[in-house]
Every structure is written in C-alpha cells, then in structure tokens.
Design a binder for this molecule. Structure first.
Ligand SMILES: [Mg+2]
Length: 259
C-alpha cells in the first residue's frame, strides 16, 4: 500500500489543475467503450491493479518515447506508400483514446479516487480537454499535408461526437469532421467501420492501443487466442499495425488474475 501511495504522489505531480474534476457516477455502459471486461475481478481490485500502470503511463519517458517511435514508424509507412503506385486514395486509420488523445488527467482521477476505467468517463469526454500524445499532432499534420485521408475510428459512443470533434479541433487535429470521426453505434467491433474506409481507400497503416484497433481476428478473443493471433500477424506490427502502450485498460486485462 505504501508503494501505491508513492505512485499516487507521482501521479499528482503530473496532474493538471483541472484533472480531478471529472464527475463520479459509474456508468457500466460506457465501460464497454474500451471493450474492457472486468469479469472475475471486483472494481476495487481492478482499480488497485491500475495504479502502477497509470503512474508509468503518466510519468515515464519510456511511455512518451513509444509514442514518438510509433509515429516515426507511421511516417515511414506514409513515405513508403507515396513511393508506390496505389489503385485507390491513400488513407490512415487511427483510434483516438490513448492513441491520438491523451486522457492522462482522467487516468490520474481514476488513481486518486480508486475507481475503474469508465467511472466518470462521460463527464470527462464532454469537457473536451484531452491533450494529444507525443508525436501525434506532428504526424497527422504531415500526413494531411501529403494528401492522405485520415479516419479516426473510436469506440467512444456516438453520443459524444460533438464533444469529440470539439476536443480534436481545439488541439488542431486535421480532418476532424463528422465524416472522418467514426464513433461506436451498435457494435464495439471496428471491422465494419474499417471496411467502410477500405471501400474507397488503400489503408496504409492503422494506429491503436488495443489489438482490436487493427484486425477483426482480435475481436472477442480470450487471452491465449489473442496472443496466438499476435504471433500470426507478427509481420504487420511496425509496418501496417502501429501499436501504442496502454498499461491501464484494454482487452489485454481480461485474462489476468485478480490478486
Ligand atoms: Mg484506445
């Protein structure tokens, strides 16, 4: 417990002044936003387990470096594509939360309140105060300048479209329009939305912090199966699939033990 107290202090150091003002009510529907399943662990246990990850994510240089690294790989993928002939218009596809948008203040709020991902999420999103992650804005501006179509496929509920567009525009994110920001309607699977982009585009690269951001084979998979598919798709990582770190929430935590 002493260790967690120290970690919380570290979180507090990087927490912006308004970061703890997100509201409180637990909204289980919104927890589905990330496909996160808490089966087998109580919310309190999950909250305790999250604290180390939140401290790492918010304070470490390594976390920031991984974002720079991922977006450098993205730029290489764009440049490589521009040297090749393609039959359709080029596009890139990005997840939003913990890929483009940095919800760090909300994560620190989680740590300070001892709550799980999803509690107060809607109120945080409506504030439209997420920043951008390292390297994201520069990369997106570069891709935009090169004439690449940019699509943001996120499992934020579609009811948050206005707030999400407001947040993206406030941060200067290019192509932040309703036709380029595809939020969740009926299903958490992103496959249909990816296919809608693919219909008229050659997708150069996809960016995300959850394997379901890349390929339908990862949808609704238990830990062992998703690890097997990670090996199966190994040649895509760092080339077409650009993965960012999220040690706090995601489908990866479905299979970890509670104690
Ligand atoms: Mg995400």
């Amino acid at each position: 417990m002493k260790k967690f107290a120290a970690l919380l202090a570290a979180c507090a150091l990087v927490l912006g002044a308004g970061g703890c003002s997100a509201a409180r009510s637990l909204n289980h529907q919104e927890m589905a936003v990330s496909n996160t399943v808490t089966t087998g662990c109580s919310a309190k246990m999950k909250a305790e387990q999250s604290k180390m990850g939140i401290a790492w994510y918010r304070t470490s240089g390594e976390a920031k470096a991984l974002y720079y690294q991922g977006y450098a790989l993205g730029k290489m993928a764009v440049d490589q594509s521009l040297r090749e002939k393609v039959k359709k218009k080029r596009a890139i596809v990005l997840d939003l939360d913990e890929t483009v948008l940095d919800n760090g203040p909300y994560l620190s709020y989680m740590a300070q309140k001892g709550i799980s991902f999803g509690d107060g999420w809607g109120q945080w999103v409506k504030k439209a105060e997420a920043g951008t992650l390292p390297g994201a804005l520069e990369f997106l501006k570069y891709a935009d300048a090169k004439g690449i179509d940019i699509y943001y496929i996120s499992n934020r509920s579609e009811t948050y479209l206005d707030a999400t567009l407001k947040n993206l525009r406030k941060e200067g994110i290019p192509q932040a329009t309703a036709s380029h920001v595809l939020l969740r309607k009926d299903t958490a699977s992103k496959e249909e939305r990816r296919l809608s982009v693919e219909r008229n585009h050659e997708i150069i690269a996809l960016f995300g912090d959850n394997l379901t951001d890349f390929e339908k084979k990862f949808d609704n998979k238990e830990m062992e199966a998703r690890n097997q598919d990670t090996v199966r798709f190994h040649a895509e990582f760092g080339r077409k699939f650009i993965v960012f770190p999220n040690p706090v929430y995601g489908d990866w935590d479905n299979g970890i033990p509670c104690s």
